[in-house]
Design a protein around this ligand. Structure first.
Ligand code: ADP
Length: 489
């Protein structure tokens, strides 16, 4: 089948190892589906342990020379990469929408974010300063320098197949690391496009390698191989725990961006229209499939009914469609399992007294489409109070007091993003300090930017991506003590 991107050099169906494109050693492939139509977009190599080992070898070899390049040289490569992404934004967005399902407008936004991360880390590459520390000894000087950690294994999810890799590839290159990347099996083409982009940007062979195939085998090799110094993972908390356990055997550095269970709190004194707008944006972006998506909406009693009315109206107005259709705001979910999960969570809520006030069923457009749904009278015994929904389901709970809302919001093992709406300045500070989350949106529903640190408290992960902190995880600190500096007596 042909697509608008069929002939594009960015639509690659092979592994990229040591600067060469290849099939799996076994010759086996996996099919990749368009979630909107169920049609097959193409195939990818079903790689595993051996291909991963080869990619690690290539990265390990490339590290010897790449780690010696200057920061300015690496910044130049990243600037070229940034420009290439911008020049090819449309085709990259088309590939993203085809494999992931999100509306083209969101795919363009994501590719734009990828470019923004690359430019940011092109700038940060030159600022990995060390320290000269006042010495407690005469005749000795103390320096702390920062150097690249080495080979990095990166595993990324399907919900942001372009920008989740951008946050890892860009700081790794900036720091002077080399990489083996494994994109999600549902959305491998945006990951393979990164390989083509890196090749065109003149990033040396072996610096960025991309393998596809068995997640279990690739993950096991990346975590066990002593030539890999660091694992960076974005995905579910369950898989993150598996990787943490595996990585412990060789004591790798780890960065984890894991699941969330974002609360969205609306106080009686909030700007109601702004809160509804924020709830729609933070709940339904990418059809509810982001780790910072609102999972639980808590509304204070005084405005509960008015909020429900406005949220219902706004939700019912959202346009569902294929991502490629103009005007689409909600695309399909990524696969049948995701739709089944939304269905199950909805049935559980309805059985426990939840009231469906918007949406509430699968959509006639196709197997993976689900109507954006609002459930009033949500209660904490419903499954979505504890579980990440990852779909277009908006449960609205009621609360009475500020402390009550804080307690409810913090009553989870997750701690990634949270949001709250108030016009009271004192409350804005009190509540943002009390919430046990790595990211807090006050009167804002969309807060992600390359300049701010993104990461979670508690079981939502460790490390930060983006901002000046985003490169820190790719650098080791080395203390050098220079002795014998006194003049010979
Ligand atoms: P999601 O819920 O977003 O699919 P997952 O954690 O299942 O999150 O997947 C995120 C990434 O982790 C994907 O690239 C997936 O293929 C990969 N993955 C899944 N299971 C494993 C595993 N056992 N070892 C390594 N990677 C895995």
């Amino acid at each position: 089948m042909t697509h608008p991107f069929s002939d594009s050099p960015f639509f690659r169906q092979q592994l990229y190892i040591g600067g060469k494109w290849s099939d799996a050693l076994s010759g086996k492939t996996l099919a990749v589906e368009d979630p909107a139509t169920g049609t097959i977009l193409g195939s990818i190599p079903n790689g595993g342990t051996e291909e991963t080992r080869l990619a690690i070898e290539a990265a390990h070899t490339a590290f010897k020379s790449f780690s010696q390049t200057t920061a300015a040289e690496r910044a130049d490569m990243l600037r070229l990469l940034h420009q290439l992404i911008l020049d090819n934004k449309e085709v990259l967005a088309q590939i993203l929408t085809a494999e992931q399902g999100k509306p083209l407008s969101e795919a363009r936004g994501e590719v734009g974010m990828s470019a923004a991360y690359v430019l940011w880390f092109a700038e940060e590459a030159r600022r990995t300063y060390g320290e000269i520390i006042p010495s407690p000894w005469q005749g000795r000087r103390i320096m702390a320098t920062r150097q690249p950690v080495g080979v990095v294994g990166a595993i990324t999810p399907w919900n942001f197949p372009s920008s989740m890799l951008a946050r890892k590839i860009a700081p790794a290159i900036a720091a002077g690391c080399t990489m083996v990347c494994k994109p999600a099996t549902q959305t491998p083409y945006s990951g393979l496009a990164w390989a083509e982009l890196c090749e065109q940007a003149g990033i040396p062979a072996g610096v960025v390698n991309v393998v596809t195939g068995s997640a279990r085998e690739i993950g096991a090799e990346l975590t066990a191989n002593p030539k890999v110094q660091k694992i960076t993972f974005t995905g579910s908390t369950d898989v993150g725990k598996v990787l943490l356990t595996q990585a412990a055997q060789t004591v790798k550095k780890v960065s984890m961006e894991l699941g969330g269970n974002a609360p969205f709190i609306v106080f009686d004194d909030a700007d109601l229209d702004r809160a509804v707008e924020g709830a729609i944006a933070s709940k339904f972006r990418n059809a509810g499939q982001t780790c910072v998506c609102t999972n639980r909406i808590y509304v204070q009693s005084g405005i509960y009914d008015r909020f429900i009315d406005k949220l219902t109206t706004a939700t019912a107005a959202l346009q569902i469609g294929r991502g490629t259709e103009a005007g689409t705001e909600i695309g399909p979910l990524v696969d049948g399992n995701s739709v089944d999960k939304v269905d199950e969570l909805l049935a559980d809520a309805v059985a426990k007294g939840g009231r469906v006030v918007a949406g509430g069923k699968r959509h006639a457009l196709g197997a993976n489409f689900f109507e954006p749904t609002v459930i009033a009278d949500a209660t904490s015994d419903m499954r979505f109070a504890r579980e990440e929904i990852f779909g277009p389901l908006a449960p609205v709970f009621r609360f009475e007091t500020e402390q009550g809302a804080i307690d409810l919001a913090n009553d989870t093992e997750f701690g990634l993003a949270c949001y709250f709406y108030t016009k009271d300045l004192g409350r804005a500070f009190r509540v943002s300090e009390a919430l046990e989350y790595g990211i807090v949106g006050v009167n804002e529903g969309l807060v992600t930017t390359e300049v701010a640190p993104f990461g979670g408290f508690k079981e939502s992960g460790m490390g930060r991506e983006g901002s000046l902190h985003g490169i820190a995880d790719y650098l080791e600190i080395k203390y050098v003590c220079m002795g014998g500096l006194n003049a010979a007596s």
